[in-house]
Design a protein around this ligand. Structure first.
Ligand code: ADP
Ligand code: TZD
Length: 570
């Protein structure tokens, strides 16, 4: 018998992992090879999976998380044991925090040695460490259980509130063999991993009763609504009710930001003045001032909340929720729209008109700021170019991180389509830039524009090599103002070290992309920035534009200076 024939009758742990993933429609792995998973990456590629290899596991993990959000299938990150696992763990925790489905698969050392703490190569009790940072954690010890392990990981990542899952695969598992036919039979194709969850009719009635009495209603769309892919239902809810809405940053584009009922340009006004607020896949966390205080017009009388969420324990997490609506967003929103029928009265005209007036005023003011042409550029003039490019390329995915760079981009650059904006999310984490960009390019096939503060870019900058290696259509724009927040701080001791927030002045970030064969450009003016971005998108070549921004522009911590009350004080 030839070796090939023998091999076809037996299978092993490597192939069972690959087959289990493929059986469940997973076709891409983001990872970084090494003992004991190098062969898994090779064999996965040989079996037709896309294997995207990174320079650091955190970025592979971030790519998996973004892929999870963009595809509603768990993104897979594959790492080696202990240090590789730990490098991936930040991304797993961030995915869980943001409700993105991902599975971190790490090779691990032998249980016998780890449990007796006998000092194996890269020894660590990874399962125990991962547990508090994800939705679920599983270990597979026997080849015949790989199918169950992968199925449980997929179901845990996708069902209910999505999140991160850890799957621990000890080195010995991969070489275990079993008859191929029994191996195939042991695999599980997960049926309906994220089933619809219909809201209770009485909950729908309660929510509608509250909305009906509202004088100043507001809809708040969060990234849960974007993830839920209930785009048409959400549009019907807004347009049937005529209720103004505010999108959270990753919900931008769910309806085009230019929609007449978007209240983004009157954000502070609507948050303070609304009397009934319908939360759709958005948590009342720090990003929404916990639903309390001046932001929410605490001095202007009681506010009532309706909250749609798939996680029942989210309700009342910060303030009382008068009408919880538990279920998936598609089903809940559809039930509301159906309950409204064709004779539902539109939101009061004085409220909607008052918002429109404020929007007009704020937009006129902003237009004047955006039209200015200071030299060097400031955030506004540079973002004028970005805004125009995104408008011309609404299918491009926009990745965004930094402090001022994040805040100004979010408010200035309109989005036109759902799930086109990826950013620092619930934690405000720096370092997602290049990982998210790689994932967006790989899973959507669309151009990617990454608008990066110079500090933010530094966290994942080495992945420009990954972008060049796979020749991905990613245009990175570094807003270079010589430091964290700004480049002007001074050392308060008068010593020779620069201040902690200051970087090398005049850094040539564009040369980082050139180093790996991509395009590097310096942009001093909005016209140069616009031309370089247009060229990058037209050519599809990996491009890094070093956009020179006035180092005095920007404020400490951007818009969250209030969380840092002693900022810059001696
Ligand atoms: P944002 O940061 O945009 O405000 P959050 O991440 O705080 O959004 O909130 C997202 C919410 O959406 C989470 O509470 C999560 O449970 C919920 N969610 C996610 N997917 C769904 C879904 N398909 N149906 C209902 N709720 C969902
Ligand atoms: N480390 C991590 C992982 N996340 C963080 N959020 C921070 C540190 C602290 N931090 C911010 O919150 S924003 C930021 C840091 C370091 C960078 C801001 O500088 P930038 O952007 O150059 O990226 P701007 O546009 O110049 O403000």
């Amino acid at each position: 018998m030839s070796q090939d024939t023998q091999a076809s009758e037996m299978t092993d742990g490597f192939h069972l992992v690959i087959d289990a993933l493929k059986l469940n429609g997973i076709d891409t792995i983001f990872g970084l090879p090494g003992i004991p998973i190098t062969d898994l990456t090779r064999k996965a590629q040989a079996e037709g999976m896309r294997v995207i290899s990174f320079r650091h596991e955190q970025h592979a993990g971030n790519a998996a998380a973004a892929a999870g959000f963009l595809t509603a299938k768990p993104g897979i990150c594959l790492t080696v044991s202990a240090p590789g696992f730990l490098n991936g763990l930040t991304a797993l925790a961030n995915a869980t925090t943001n409700c993105f489905p991902m599975i971190l698969i790490s090779g691990s050392s032998e249980r016998e040695v780890v449990d007796l703490q006998q000092g194996d190569y890269e020894e660590m009790d990874q399962l125990a460490i991962a547990k508090p940072l994800c939705k679920a954690a599983f270990r597979v010890l026997h080849a015949q259980d790989i199918g169950v392990g992968v199925a449980r990981a997929i179901r845990s990542a996708l069902s209910g509130r999505p999140g991160g899952v850890y799957l621990d695969l000890p080195a010995k598992l991969f070489s275990q063999t079993m008859p191929a036919e029994a191996g195939q039979r042991s695999l599980i194709k997960v049926v309906e991993p994220a089933p619809r969850q219909l809201p209770a009719p009485e909950s729908v009635a309660r929510a509608l009763d509250l909305l009906r009495t509202a004088k100043r209603p507001l809809i708040l769309l969060g990234k849960g609504a974007a993830y839920a892919r209930a785009d048409e239902a959400v549009r019907a809810l807004v347009e049937t009710s005529g209720i103004p809405y505010l999108p959270m940053s990753m919900a931008k584009g769910l309806l085009p930001d230019t929609h007449e009922l978007s209240a983004s340009a009157a954000r502070s006004y609507v948050l303070a003045e609304a009397d009934v607020v319908l939360l759709v896949g958005a948590r009342l966390n720090w990003l929404l001032s916990h639903g309390k205080g001046k932001t929410w017009g605490a001095d202007k009388g009681a506010k009532q909340f309706i909250q749609i969420d798939i996680a029942p324990t989210e309700i009342d997490s910060n303030v009382a929720i008068a009408a919880p609506l538990i279920g998936d967003i598609g089903s809940c929103v559809a039930a509301l729209v159906q309950g409204m029928g064709s004779s539902w009265p539109k939101a009061p005209a004085d409220w909607v008109g008052g918002i429109a007036d404020r929007k007009d005023k704020n937009q006129t003011k902003m237009a004047a700021t955006l039209a200015a042409n200071p030299s060097p550029m400031n955030f506004h003039s540079a973002l004028r170019a970005v805004r125009d490019i995104v408008k011309a390329h609404p299918d491009a995915v926009l990745v965004n991180e930094g402090a001022n760079t994040l805040d100004f981009t979010r408010s200035i650059v309109d989005m036109y389509k759902p799930r086109k904006r990826l950013d620092v999310g619930t934690w405000g984490i720096m370092g997602i830039g290049m990982g998210f960009s790689v994932a967006a390019a790989v899973v959507t096939g669309q151009p990617v524009i990454a608008i990066e503060g110079d500090s933010a870019f530094g966290f994942s900058g080495m992945e420009v090599e990954t972008i060049c290696r796979y020749n991905l259509p990613v245009c990175v724009v570094v807003f270079n103002n010589n430091g964290v927040y700004r480049g002007t701080d001074v050392n308060m001791s008068g010593g020779t070290d620069v201040a902690p927030t200051v970087f090398v002045k005049g850094a040539r970030y564009e040369m980082m992309m050139q180093a790996f064969g991509g395009v590097g450009v310096v942009a001093h003016t909005p016209d140069e920035l616009h031309a370089a971005m247009a060229e990058a998108i037209a050519s599809g070549r990996p491009t890094l534009i070093n956009a020179i921004i006035d180092e005095t522009a920007g404020t400490e911590s951007g818009r969250i200076t209030s969380l840092n009350p002693t900022a810059g004080k001696k």
